[in-house]
Design a binder for this molecule. Sequence first.
Ligand SMILES: Nc1ncnc2c1ncn2[C@@H]1O[C@H](COP(=O)(O)OP(=O)(O)OP(=O)(O)O)[C@@H](O)[C@H]1O
Length: 269
Amino acid sequence: MWLAQVSFRYRRRDRYVIEAAEARLSPGDVVELTGPNGAGKSTLLRLMAGLTRPTSGAVTGRPAVVGYVPDRFPTGQPFTVAGYLRHMARVRGGARWEPWAERVGLDGFSDVRLRELSKGTAHKVGLVQALMAEPGLLVLDEPFAGLDRDTRDALPQIVTEVAARGGIVVASDHQGGLGTLDGVRPWSLRSARLIEHPPPPSPGLAAEDPLGVEGSPSAEGPPGEAELGAARGAVTVEVSVPARDLDGFLRRMRDDGYPARALTEEEVT
Ligand SMILES: Nc1ncnc2c1ncn2[C@@H]1O[C@H](COP(=O)(O)OP(=O)(O)OP(=O)(O)O)[C@@H](O)[C@H]1O
């Protein structure tokens, strides 16, 4: 699947939300898309899913079956959970939704009306309708937001399984939930530009200044080519932060364009 010079603006006089995005995705790729609020992540995901057409440029080679999970699942439909999922299973040609519903902890909600669901439970319904179709492209908009711990913990494994059978997975993420997976492609959006970062390097040098990262982006605007070049040859730093600050710290680093991730216990030097 290719993004070829994809640009998008909502109205003719608006600024471009996405400018000249270029990317190539192969079966099994997992992309984690970060960027500040309003950077255009949801917009790019909808363009990739084919729900929005680019203003210019093209998305080509999109897999035939696309699963899309919006950041807010629309609950205004007059269905119960089971009624909606049965309906979607028929639309999807008789897909099996029950095992997915069980896996994300939806059993027990079958007879509840969609409009009576909490945000997190509604999100699980969105996940199940996307997963049941065995999508060749799975697009997840903030998949970890609002999910309970068990489902959050299960999601990286689910993503790994989709990728293992050749699906492309693209997820916007403020929580760093996919950063622990091997081979995740870190993308970020800054000033309407899509930037692909080098994959997280294996843990190595510990810097004396914990935030003294070489190749740091300038305060204004996105990292330029030179900065990205510097980042490719950058040192790896190990930073200790209080556990309660971890999510916020990772989010800020990623929003600034660094492929930051938490180390596992075995990796800590
Ligand atoms: N339907 C719309 N009409 C006009 N402008 C829109 C529309 N949807 C989004 N925008 C604008 O496009 C820009 C990108 O929005 P988008 O929702 O894609 O960002 P985001 O990175 O997903 O943000 P967040 O992290 O807050 O979810 C924002 O400036 C937003 O105000």
